[in-house]
Design a protein around this ligand. Structure first.
Ligand SMILES: NC(=O)c1ccc[n+]([C@@H]2O[C@H](COP(=O)([O-])OP(=O)(O)OC[C@H]3O[C@@H](n4cnc5c(N)ncnc54)[C@H](OP(=O)(O)O)[C@@H]3O)[C@@H](O)[C@H]2O)c1
Length: 321
Protein backbone atom coordinates (compact mmCIF):
# COMPACT_ATOMS: atom_id res chain seq x y z
CA UNK A 1 0.00 0.00 0.00
CA UNK A 2 1.26 3.51 -0.79
CA UNK A 3 1.89 5.56 2.32
CA UNK A 4 0.95 9.01 1.06
CA UNK A 5 0.92 12.13 3.17
CA UNK A 6 2.07 10.57 6.41
CA UNK A 7 5.63 11.91 6.56
CA UNK A 8 5.92 14.39 9.38
CA UNK A 9 9.30 16.10 9.50
CA UNK A 10 11.02 15.99 12.88
CA UNK A 11 9.93 19.01 14.89
CA UNK A 12 13.49 19.32 16.26
CA UNK A 13 15.09 19.57 12.80
CA UNK A 14 16.29 23.14 13.28
CA UNK A 15 17.34 22.86 16.92
CA UNK A 16 21.04 22.89 16.01
CA UNK A 17 20.50 25.58 13.41
CA UNK A 18 23.01 28.08 14.79
CA UNK A 19 25.72 25.68 13.85
CA UNK A 20 24.14 23.94 10.87
CA UNK A 21 24.13 26.64 8.20
CA UNK A 22 26.57 28.91 6.47
CA UNK A 23 25.92 31.95 4.35
CA UNK A 24 26.47 31.27 0.69
CA UNK A 25 28.98 33.93 -0.33
CA UNK A 26 27.55 37.45 -0.02
CA UNK A 27 23.97 36.37 -0.65
CA UNK A 28 20.79 36.06 1.33
CA UNK A 29 20.96 32.28 1.20
CA UNK A 30 22.03 30.02 4.04
CA UNK A 31 23.00 26.48 3.09
CA UNK A 32 23.53 23.50 5.37
CA UNK A 33 27.21 22.66 5.79
CA UNK A 34 26.35 19.13 4.69
CA UNK A 35 24.12 18.91 1.62
CA UNK A 36 22.72 15.76 0.01
CA UNK A 37 23.54 14.78 -3.56
CA UNK A 38 21.33 12.60 -5.78
CA UNK A 39 23.95 11.48 -8.32
CA UNK A 40 24.13 7.74 -7.76
CA UNK A 41 21.81 6.49 -5.04
CA UNK A 42 18.41 7.88 -5.99
CA UNK A 43 17.89 6.53 -9.50
CA UNK A 44 15.51 4.03 -11.04
CA UNK A 45 17.88 1.16 -10.19
CA UNK A 46 17.89 2.03 -6.49
CA UNK A 47 15.16 0.87 -4.12
CA UNK A 48 12.81 3.85 -3.78
CA UNK A 49 12.12 3.23 -0.11
CA UNK A 50 15.82 3.36 0.71
CA UNK A 51 16.27 6.64 -1.14
CA UNK A 52 13.18 7.91 0.61
CA UNK A 53 14.53 6.95 4.05
CA UNK A 54 17.80 8.78 3.31
CA UNK A 55 16.01 11.97 2.31
CA UNK A 56 13.76 11.81 5.38
CA UNK A 57 16.79 11.38 7.63
CA UNK A 58 18.51 14.31 5.94
CA UNK A 59 15.59 16.71 6.22
CA UNK A 60 14.84 15.58 9.78
CA UNK A 61 18.38 16.73 10.62
CA UNK A 62 18.11 20.14 9.01
CA UNK A 63 19.61 19.22 5.62
CA UNK A 64 17.60 21.55 3.45
CA UNK A 65 19.70 21.41 0.28
CA UNK A 66 19.29 18.57 -2.22
CA UNK A 67 21.54 18.64 -5.28
CA UNK A 68 20.37 17.07 -8.56
CA UNK A 69 21.12 17.17 -12.28
CA UNK A 70 19.26 16.16 -15.42
CA UNK A 71 21.39 13.04 -15.91
CA UNK A 72 21.48 11.69 -12.35
CA UNK A 73 20.17 8.18 -11.92
CA UNK A 74 20.92 5.72 -13.28
CA UNK A 75 19.26 5.71 -15.76
CA UNK A 76 19.49 9.40 -16.69
CA UNK A 77 16.54 11.46 -15.49
CA UNK A 78 15.37 8.98 -12.89
CA UNK A 79 16.85 10.75 -9.86
CA UNK A 80 14.72 13.77 -10.81
CA UNK A 81 11.72 11.51 -11.37
CA UNK A 82 12.18 9.96 -7.96
CA UNK A 83 12.56 13.40 -6.49
CA UNK A 84 9.20 14.30 -8.09
CA UNK A 85 7.70 11.25 -6.44
CA UNK A 86 9.20 12.30 -3.10
CA UNK A 87 7.66 15.74 -3.55
CA UNK A 88 4.24 14.17 -4.10
CA UNK A 89 4.60 11.59 -1.33
CA UNK A 90 6.28 13.63 1.39
CA UNK A 91 7.86 16.99 0.74
CA UNK A 92 5.16 19.17 -0.88
CA UNK A 93 4.22 20.76 2.47
CA UNK A 94 7.89 21.59 3.00
CA UNK A 95 8.69 23.09 -0.43
CA UNK A 96 9.59 26.49 0.99
CA UNK A 97 11.98 24.89 3.47
CA UNK A 98 13.93 23.18 0.69
CA UNK A 99 16.70 24.50 -1.54
CA UNK A 100 16.70 22.37 -4.68
CA UNK A 101 19.31 22.54 -7.41
CA UNK A 102 19.56 20.94 -10.81
CA UNK A 103 21.98 21.23 -13.71
CA UNK A 104 22.52 20.71 -17.41
CA UNK A 105 25.81 20.36 -19.25
CA UNK A 106 26.52 16.69 -19.87
CA UNK A 107 25.00 14.35 -22.44
CA UNK A 108 21.29 13.97 -21.80
CA UNK A 109 19.51 13.22 -25.06
CA UNK A 110 20.72 12.25 -28.53
CA UNK A 111 21.57 14.72 -31.25
CA UNK A 112 23.27 18.11 -31.21
CA UNK A 113 20.95 19.82 -28.69
CA UNK A 114 21.20 17.47 -25.70
CA UNK A 115 24.67 18.32 -24.39
CA UNK A 116 27.13 21.11 -23.49
CA UNK A 117 26.23 24.79 -23.04
CA UNK A 118 23.93 26.16 -25.74
CA UNK A 119 20.88 28.23 -24.88
CA UNK A 120 18.85 25.65 -26.80
CA UNK A 121 20.02 22.82 -24.52
CA UNK A 122 19.88 24.64 -21.17
CA UNK A 123 16.38 26.01 -21.70
CA UNK A 124 14.90 22.71 -22.90
CA UNK A 125 16.68 20.71 -20.24
CA UNK A 126 15.42 22.82 -17.37
CA UNK A 127 11.85 22.54 -18.69
CA UNK A 128 12.24 18.76 -18.73
CA UNK A 129 13.77 18.76 -15.23
CA UNK A 130 10.89 20.78 -13.78
CA UNK A 131 8.40 18.30 -15.25
CA UNK A 132 10.26 15.31 -13.84
CA UNK A 133 10.66 16.94 -10.43
CA UNK A 134 7.06 18.14 -10.23
CA UNK A 135 8.28 21.63 -9.43
CA UNK A 136 7.34 25.07 -10.77
CA UNK A 137 10.86 26.36 -10.23
CA UNK A 138 14.21 25.25 -8.82
CA UNK A 139 16.07 27.30 -6.28
CA UNK A 140 19.34 26.96 -8.14
CA UNK A 141 20.19 26.08 -11.73
CA UNK A 142 23.74 25.29 -12.80
CA UNK A 143 25.70 25.13 -15.98
CA UNK A 144 27.16 21.69 -15.20
CA UNK A 145 30.40 22.17 -17.10
CA UNK A 146 32.43 24.62 -19.13
CA UNK A 147 31.83 24.36 -22.87
CA UNK A 148 34.93 25.45 -24.80
CA UNK A 149 32.97 25.87 -28.06
CA UNK A 150 29.83 27.77 -27.13
CA UNK A 151 30.42 31.49 -26.50
CA UNK A 152 30.37 31.96 -22.72
CA UNK A 153 27.98 34.89 -23.18
CA UNK A 154 25.38 32.59 -24.75
CA UNK A 155 25.46 30.18 -21.81
CA UNK A 156 25.48 33.02 -19.28
CA UNK A 157 22.62 34.92 -20.93
CA UNK A 158 20.58 31.70 -20.89
CA UNK A 159 21.18 31.54 -17.11
CA UNK A 160 20.10 35.18 -16.74
CA UNK A 161 16.94 34.56 -18.77
CA UNK A 162 16.09 31.41 -16.83
CA UNK A 163 16.04 33.51 -13.66
CA UNK A 164 13.99 36.23 -15.38
CA UNK A 165 11.47 33.59 -16.48
CA UNK A 166 11.08 32.54 -12.86
CA UNK A 167 12.26 28.98 -13.51
CA UNK A 168 15.22 29.33 -11.13
CA UNK A 169 15.85 31.75 -8.30
CA UNK A 170 19.64 31.66 -8.46
CA UNK A 171 22.32 30.41 -10.81
CA UNK A 172 25.61 28.59 -10.38
CA UNK A 173 28.37 27.07 -12.46
CA UNK A 174 30.23 23.84 -11.97
CA UNK A 175 33.71 22.82 -13.08
CA UNK A 176 34.42 26.02 -15.01
CA UNK A 177 38.13 26.86 -15.12
CA UNK A 178 39.29 30.02 -13.34
CA UNK A 179 39.44 32.29 -16.41
CA UNK A 180 35.90 31.31 -17.42
CA UNK A 181 34.72 31.73 -13.83
CA UNK A 182 36.03 35.31 -13.93
CA UNK A 183 34.03 36.00 -17.11
CA UNK A 184 30.92 34.47 -15.53
CA UNK A 185 31.21 36.50 -12.33
CA UNK A 186 31.45 39.76 -14.29
CA UNK A 187 28.77 38.97 -16.88
CA UNK A 188 26.22 37.77 -14.34
CA UNK A 189 26.88 40.69 -11.96
CA UNK A 190 26.44 43.18 -14.82
CA UNK A 191 23.15 41.49 -15.75
CA UNK A 192 21.68 41.67 -12.24
CA UNK A 193 21.90 37.92 -11.69
CA UNK A 194 24.87 37.52 -9.34
CA UNK A 195 26.62 34.17 -9.42
CA UNK A 196 25.44 32.46 -6.24
CA UNK A 197 27.77 29.50 -6.08
CA UNK A 198 30.55 27.54 -7.70
CA UNK A 199 30.51 23.74 -7.53
CA UNK A 200 33.90 22.03 -7.70
CA UNK A 201 35.60 18.85 -6.57
CA UNK A 202 37.61 19.52 -3.45
CA UNK A 203 38.66 16.78 -1.07
CA UNK A 204 41.72 15.44 0.74
CA UNK A 205 42.85 13.66 -2.44
CA UNK A 206 42.02 16.39 -4.95
CA UNK A 207 42.79 20.00 -4.08
CA UNK A 208 42.48 21.46 -7.59
CA UNK A 209 40.14 24.35 -6.66
CA UNK A 210 42.72 25.52 -4.11
CA UNK A 211 45.71 24.99 -6.39
CA UNK A 212 44.04 26.52 -9.45
CA UNK A 213 42.53 29.45 -7.58
CA UNK A 214 38.76 29.00 -7.98
CA UNK A 215 38.15 28.77 -4.23
CA UNK A 216 40.10 31.95 -3.48
CA UNK A 217 38.38 33.81 -6.33
CA UNK A 218 34.97 32.80 -4.99
CA UNK A 219 35.93 33.89 -1.48
CA UNK A 220 37.13 37.29 -2.70
CA UNK A 221 34.05 37.90 -4.87
CA UNK A 222 31.33 36.84 -2.48
CA UNK A 223 30.49 33.64 -4.35
CA UNK A 224 29.67 30.51 -2.38
CA UNK A 225 31.70 27.34 -2.93
CA UNK A 226 30.25 23.84 -2.62
CA UNK A 227 32.36 20.70 -2.87
CA UNK A 228 31.19 17.62 -4.76
CA UNK A 229 32.49 14.08 -4.17
CA UNK A 230 33.92 15.23 -0.83
CA UNK A 231 34.67 11.62 0.09
CA UNK A 232 36.22 10.91 -3.32
CA UNK A 233 33.22 8.68 -4.12
CA UNK A 234 33.83 6.61 -0.99
CA UNK A 235 37.62 6.29 -1.07
CA UNK A 236 37.89 8.64 1.92
CA UNK A 237 35.86 6.31 4.14
CA UNK A 238 36.47 2.86 5.57
CA UNK A 239 34.75 1.34 2.49
CA UNK A 240 37.87 0.12 0.66
CA UNK A 241 40.41 -0.32 3.46
CA UNK A 242 40.00 -4.09 3.51
CA UNK A 243 38.94 -5.00 -0.02
CA UNK A 244 36.17 -4.02 -2.41
CA UNK A 245 32.71 -4.73 -1.00
CA UNK A 246 30.28 -6.30 -3.44
CA UNK A 247 27.65 -3.63 -2.93
CA UNK A 248 30.08 -0.72 -3.38
CA UNK A 249 30.30 1.91 -6.10
CA UNK A 250 33.71 0.57 -7.07
CA UNK A 251 32.31 -2.94 -7.54
CA UNK A 252 29.81 -1.42 -10.01
CA UNK A 253 32.81 0.08 -11.77
CA UNK A 254 31.16 2.91 -13.70
CA UNK A 255 32.54 6.14 -12.23
CA UNK A 256 34.92 4.64 -9.66
CA UNK A 257 37.14 2.02 -11.21
CA UNK A 258 39.18 -0.61 -9.38
CA UNK A 259 42.43 0.53 -10.98
CA UNK A 260 42.40 3.80 -9.01
CA UNK A 261 42.97 1.79 -5.85
CA UNK A 262 46.74 1.42 -6.27
CA UNK A 263 48.91 0.10 -3.40
CA UNK A 264 50.18 3.69 -2.89
CA UNK A 265 46.67 5.08 -2.59
CA UNK A 266 45.61 2.28 -0.27
CA UNK A 267 48.59 3.01 1.97
CA UNK A 268 47.70 6.69 2.02
CA UNK A 269 44.10 5.87 2.94
CA UNK A 270 45.30 3.68 5.81
CA UNK A 271 47.52 6.52 7.04
CA UNK A 272 44.63 8.99 6.88
CA UNK A 273 42.42 6.48 8.67
CA UNK A 274 44.99 6.21 11.49
CA UNK A 275 45.17 10.02 11.75
CA UNK A 276 41.40 10.16 12.00
CA UNK A 277 41.37 7.47 14.70
CA UNK A 278 43.88 9.52 16.73
CA UNK A 279 41.42 12.42 16.56
CA UNK A 280 38.62 10.13 17.66
CA UNK A 281 36.92 10.42 14.27
CA UNK A 282 36.09 8.20 11.34
CA UNK A 283 37.99 8.84 8.11
CA UNK A 284 34.77 10.14 6.53
CA UNK A 285 34.25 12.66 9.33
CA UNK A 286 37.84 13.89 9.16
CA UNK A 287 37.68 14.21 5.38
CA UNK A 288 34.50 16.29 5.50
CA UNK A 289 35.74 18.44 8.35
CA UNK A 290 38.94 19.21 6.46
CA UNK A 291 36.93 20.62 3.54
CA UNK A 292 34.62 22.62 5.79
CA UNK A 293 37.66 24.17 7.46
CA UNK A 294 38.96 25.62 4.18
CA UNK A 295 38.33 29.36 3.94
CA UNK A 296 35.52 30.12 1.50
CA UNK A 297 33.79 26.73 1.57
CA UNK A 298 30.05 26.95 2.15
CA UNK A 299 29.00 23.30 2.04
CA UNK A 300 29.94 19.78 1.00
CA UNK A 301 27.55 17.61 -1.03
CA UNK A 302 27.73 14.08 0.25
CA UNK A 303 26.39 11.01 -1.44
CA UNK A 304 25.15 8.23 0.80
CA UNK A 305 23.84 4.79 -0.06
CA UNK A 306 22.35 4.24 3.40
CA UNK A 307 20.96 6.14 6.35
CA UNK A 308 23.90 4.87 8.45
CA UNK A 309 26.42 6.47 6.07
CA UNK A 310 24.56 9.75 6.10
CA UNK A 311 24.39 9.68 9.90
CA UNK A 312 28.19 9.35 10.06
CA UNK A 313 28.66 12.13 7.56
CA UNK A 314 26.38 14.53 9.37
CA UNK A 315 28.60 14.35 12.44
CA UNK A 316 31.21 16.31 10.51
CA UNK A 317 28.72 19.15 10.10
CA UNK A 318 29.02 20.04 13.74
CA UNK A 319 32.37 21.72 12.99
CA UNK A 320 32.24 25.29 14.33
CA UNK A 321 31.58 28.30 12.10
N1 LIG B 1 29.14 19.01 -10.45
C1 LIG B 1 29.58 17.82 -10.81
O1 LIG B 1 30.13 17.63 -11.89
C2 LIG B 1 29.38 16.68 -9.86
C3 LIG B 1 30.09 15.47 -10.05
C4 LIG B 1 29.90 14.46 -9.13
C5 LIG B 1 29.05 14.63 -8.06
N2 LIG B 1 28.34 15.81 -7.91
C6 LIG B 1 27.44 16.01 -6.77
O2 LIG B 1 28.08 15.64 -5.57
C7 LIG B 1 27.31 14.67 -4.89
C8 LIG B 1 28.17 13.76 -4.09
O3 LIG B 1 29.06 13.04 -4.94
P1 LIG B 1 29.51 11.59 -4.54
O4 LIG B 1 28.32 10.71 -4.47
O5 LIG B 1 30.64 11.22 -5.41
O6 LIG B 1 30.01 11.91 -3.04
P2 LIG B 1 30.90 11.19 -1.98
O7 LIG B 1 30.26 11.57 -0.69
O8 LIG B 1 32.34 11.53 -2.22
O9 LIG B 1 30.73 9.62 -2.25
C9 LIG B 1 29.54 8.98 -1.93
C10 LIG B 1 29.78 7.48 -1.79
O10 LIG B 1 30.73 7.24 -0.76
C11 LIG B 1 30.33 6.18 0.06
N3 LIG B 1 30.08 6.72 1.41
C12 LIG B 1 29.50 7.90 1.74
N4 LIG B 1 29.49 8.06 3.07
C13 LIG B 1 30.07 6.98 3.60
C14 LIG B 1 30.36 6.58 4.92
N5 LIG B 1 30.04 7.35 5.97
N6 LIG B 1 30.97 5.39 5.12
C15 LIG B 1 31.30 4.59 4.07
N7 LIG B 1 31.07 4.93 2.77
C16 LIG B 1 30.44 6.11 2.55
C17 LIG B 1 29.08 5.58 -0.58
O11 LIG B 1 29.55 4.58 -1.48
P3 LIG B 1 28.74 3.24 -1.78
O12 LIG B 1 27.72 3.64 -2.78
O13 LIG B 1 29.78 2.33 -2.28
O14 LIG B 1 28.12 2.79 -0.48
C18 LIG B 1 28.52 6.75 -1.33
O15 LIG B 1 27.72 6.35 -2.44
C19 LIG B 1 26.52 13.99 -6.00
O16 LIG B 1 25.39 13.29 -5.53
C20 LIG B 1 26.17 15.17 -6.84
O17 LIG B 1 25.08 15.85 -6.25
C21 LIG B 1 28.51 16.81 -8.79
Amino acid sequence: MELKGIYQADAARYDQSENLYRRCGRSGVLLPKISLGFWKNFGGVNPYERSRAITHYAFDHGITHFDLANNYGPPYGTAEENFGRLMDDDFRPYRDELFISTKAGYDMWPGPYGNWGSRKYLMASLDQSLKRMHLDYVDLFYSHRYDPETPLEETLQALVDIVRQGKALYVGISRWPLEALKVAEKYLREHDTPLLIYQGRLNLLDRAPIEEGELQFCFEHGIGFISFSPLAQGLLTDRYLNGIPEDSRMARGVTLKEDVLTPELLQKLHELNSQAALRGETLAEMALRWILEQKGVTSVIVGASSVAQLATNLKAGVVKG
